[in-house]
Design a protein around this ligand. Structure first.
Ligand SMILES: Nc1ncnc2c1ncn2[C@@H]1O[C@H](COP(=O)(O)OP(=O)(O)OP(=O)(O)O)[C@@H](O)[C@H]1O
Length: 229
């Protein structure tokens, strides 16, 4: 569903991603784990076309999107929940979700989105900035789902979120995958969340994948070692 080949990205002369290969199957949830500065956000931005890749290719459901601009990639089926959520704080909850509709023919927010996040329906006329961190994260996911993606990317969604809400988020993401059949790539530093949510755990270190294991057989001690400074 998502195929990444030999992906290299850089900021100016400094190369940050050094030739990444990854295939994500339909309906698969992959956690990309790594410490600060290892390249997780750069990978997400490269997949969205926000950082232009220097080399390699990205395809979604068989379509090569490497030359596409970010909005074209959204239309091709990839959606992004950025680090820090980046919701529009002065817009209402409903308006925030509606910004995700631009590539679909829908004019109003599909009901199944509010079914996944009932709290957003209750709060649909509140300003985004007045929501709690966990609610803002739900809003950012709802906005991404409004574009009906085949692949959903989330960049460190647990950052700044309470532990009890983190468990709920893992359940919600699995439910979204089960109900909508989409693939999910989530970057993470919290191992317990990655083990709750993912089918596969991949570790990135200095812009290279150094470990790749199915959830079932994951060597927790080894992954923890990569995550500790
Ligand atoms: N806009 C930029 N210009 C130059 N270098 C950058 C830029 N953004 C990130 N970098 C560098 O690229 C490398 C990877 O950063 P990136 O943000 O992708 O890491 P990360 O794994 O997402 O970390 P974090 O958990 O802190 O978000 C780091 O060395 C960082 O300093």
């Amino acid at each position: 569903m998502l195929n990444i080949k030999e992906l290299r990205s850089s900021y100016g002369e400094s190369e940050v991603l050094h030739g990444l290969d990854l295939d994500v199957a339909p309906g698969e949830i992959v956690a990309i784990m790594g410490r600060n500065g290892m390249g997780k956000t750069t990978l997400m931005k490269s997949l969205m076309g926000l950082v232009p890749p220097r080399h390699g290719s990205v395809s979604i459901d068989g379509t090569d999107v490497t030359a596409q601009k970010p909005h074209q990639r959204v239309a091709s089926g990839i959606a992004y929940v950025p680090q820090g959520r980046m919701i529009f704080s002065s817009m209402t909850v409903q308006e925030n979700v509606e910004t995700g509709l631009t590539v679909t023919d829908e004019r109003s927010v599909p009901e199944d989105i509010y079914e996944l996040f009932p709290v957003l329906l209750e709060m649909k006329n509140r300003r985004g900035g007045n929501l709690s961190g966990g609610q803002q994260q739900q809003l950012a996911i709802a906005r991404a789902l409004a574009s009906k993606p085949k692949v959903l990317l989330l960049d460190e969604p647990t950052e700044g979120i309470q532990p009890s809400i983190i468990r709920e988020m893992a359940r919600t993401l699995r439910r979204i995958r089960d109900e909508k059949g989409l693939s999910i790539v989530v970057s993470e530093q919290v191992l317990s969340f990655a083990l709750d949510v993912a089918d596969r755990v991949v570790v990135i270190e200095n812009g290279q994948f150094v470990h790749d294991s199915p959830r079932a057989g994951v060597d927790e001690a080894k992954v923890s070692k990569f995550l500790s400074v």
